[in-house]
Design a protein around this ligand. Sequence first.
Ligand code: HEC
Ligand code: HEC
Length: 376
Amino acid sequence: MKVIQVWDIQTRIFHWSLVVFVLCSLVTADFLRFFGIDLVNKDAWLAFHIGTGTAVGILLSFRIFWGLRGPRYSRFNSLRLSIAELCAYFHSVIKNVKTSYTGHNPAASWSALCIIALGLLEVISGAVVFGLDERRGMLGFLYLDFHSYADSIKLLHLGFAYALMAIIFGHICGVLNETIRHKTGIIMAMLSGKKLSDEPETPFVPGASLATVSFAWVLSPFIVAIYFSTSMETRQPINLEIPPIYRKECGSCHMAFPPNALPAESWKHMMANLMDHFGDDASIDETAQREIEAYLVQNSAERSHEEPSIKFLRSIGTAGLPLRITDIPYWKEKHKPLDQSIYGRVTIKSRINCVACHKWSEYGSFEDSDIRIPKN
Ligand code: HEC
Ligand code: HEC
């Protein structure tokens, strides 16, 4: 037995960067809320999650390339994928018999393959969710036609994440078994690249172009992750012209509400009953009334592609026509966590003062990144 070079530098960079980026993606994932951990500025965390997730995608694509073009023990054809060998390996684990493999042992071969496959599914489903749910990223164009599938794909994204974690957990158990029971030092081997083996060393000297491409590929995720995490724009408010007459007539007693927060029928009903407007007389002259009604109806929830509008309409369902935005089930559900006393703060005054907490609400935009609850 002698010490030979088993893991080349690119494979080691790949392995440890994957550990870092998968961990980062995990802690910034939304499912932390199941454990009662609520991320404060969701959009900043989401940007980070998208950055690290993209990095994982690039790393995995590198690994596939390296599995075909890399050195001997990194190649897919050196993986031990026979089921009989896998059973024999587990048998030896149970019997506590020390085994010696120069490259991947059968369990490590399977976990490598599963991690690559599940990792890719996780990245792809994540990109789809980002497009369908947020109308952002490369797949944002799918939003208009396929938004209704967002929740199902999100569930899939979550499922792949759990499967991936289970495999990683198994892989770590295997590593601990090797390290603690058999003292094979495989963690050090993944750092130094060297292992004790009785196989002859197979030197790997990539040509200049292969070396350049592989280093650029395996290191690029760091740049990509930093770029996405810091530069992702929050969405611009929707391009809506608010007619001055609307601001003047309907923005005097309260804010000028966004037209896409109520269905057209609700607006029509409200405009026809201005003399009895929630106990006030809000009647206005006929031309102004017609102009305002046209604006509200033309930009009503049904006409909007904004996510809150779609969710408002969906939650109203058959519940009957809402006369208030604050009567809509989705509105109630979203604001239930807020303590009632918040609405008493002088800068807020009332729950119908949406603009106090949602900067762009007059334009019908309610992005999480724009929510700020004034302190007093
Ligand atoms: C004279 C004052 C006044 C004027 C003018 C006025 N409103 Fe109101 N509006 C009110 C009051 C009072 C309420 C109920 C406030 C509350 O519940 O705290 C209200 C509530 C509303 C609500 C429901 C808010 C919620 O709870 O979701 C909408 C929508 C609304 N107004 C639209 C309009 C529109 C459109 C116009 C212009 C045609 C208008 N208002 C003009 C006084 C006014
Ligand atoms: C006191 C601050 C406050 C006021 C006033 C307020 N909101 Fe909110 N709103 C919030 C907070 C905080 C959330 C986020 C809740 C969450 O995601 O857990 C939220 C969430 C929402 C959402 C969901 C956004 C999404 O991601 O789908 C919509 C839509 C919304 N608010 C609309 C309104 C409208 C319309 C009004 C006025 C009638 C209003 N809000 C008034 C604080 C406020």
